[in-house]
Design a protein around this ligand. Structure first.
Ligand SMILES: [Zn+2]
Length: 218
């Protein structure tokens, strides 16, 4: 905790000077983020850092495994749905990014099919929302034997699963029909801090080249 408090003081006495005007403007005018960025709670995946975004740019949802449940999932397992509806319907973001990552503990646990633990019932139920990803791995990737390769494939499939599920939200459907919303699937490789974007035409995740927008709508 001491590190956090020292960080707050360091920010207030140093870097905040560069942001003073921006925070005042955002306070006065409210937020108007251009992108809903859904990624994993993993401490190594920092949406603002890897996209060099400023305060007010991204509406960020972090959850375990960057899972996007279908709209039909109700109750305490779907606070992510509330954030999606708020960002898409109220804030009117123009883009939604689902960003998975390498070495994801949630994906690893999902593939391991851990038995229910009395200590983590919520975690179990949450990960179980992505059970179809596990089935996709069994069906389409039997040739992958190495654990790391299987986890990366599952993390990418989980992004595609989330993109599919986004289509089940009425507010997303409306905005897609109106042509005012774009969906993107990304994958972040921790060791090299590289970003890959899903291209629905090639059905591959390819390096996100500089000066190039993320490939078309998913
Ligand atoms: Zn993760």
């Amino acid at each position: 905790m001491q590190r956090l408090i020292e960080g707050v003081h360091k920010f207030r006495s140093g870097e905040f000077g560069n942001y003073r005007k921006l925070f005042r403007k955002l306070s006065r005018e409210g937020q108007n983020p251009h992108t809903l960025f859904i990624t994993c709670s993993d401490s190594r995946v920092l949406a603002e850092l890897i996209t060099q975004s400023q305060p007010g740019d991204l509406f960020v949802v972090k959850n375990v495994g960057n899972i996007v449940p279908p709209a039909s999932v109700r109750g305490d397992t779907n606070s992510t749905a509330a954030a999606i509806e708020f960002a898409v319907d109220t804030l009117r973001v123009s883009d939604v990014v689902i960003c998975g990552h390498s070495q994801c503990g949630a994906i690893s646990a999902l593939l391991a099919e851990h038995p229910v633990s009395a200590a983590t019932p919520h975690l179990h139920d949450w990960l179980n929302l992505a059970a179809p990803v596990r089935e996709t791995l069994k069906k389409n990737y039997p040739h992958l034997q190495e654990a790391r390769a299987r986890e990366n494939a599952a993390a990418e499939e989980n992004v595609l699963f989330g993109l599919d599920n986004l289509h089940s939200y009425p507010c997303v459907q409306d905005r897609l029909m109106a042509g005012t919303l774009r969906l993107h699937g990304w994958f972040f490789k921790i060791a090299t801090a590289e970003l890959f974007a899903y291209d629905p035409e090639t059905r591959q995740f390819s390096p996100l080249a500089a000066g190039q927008p993320s490939p078309g709508d998913c």
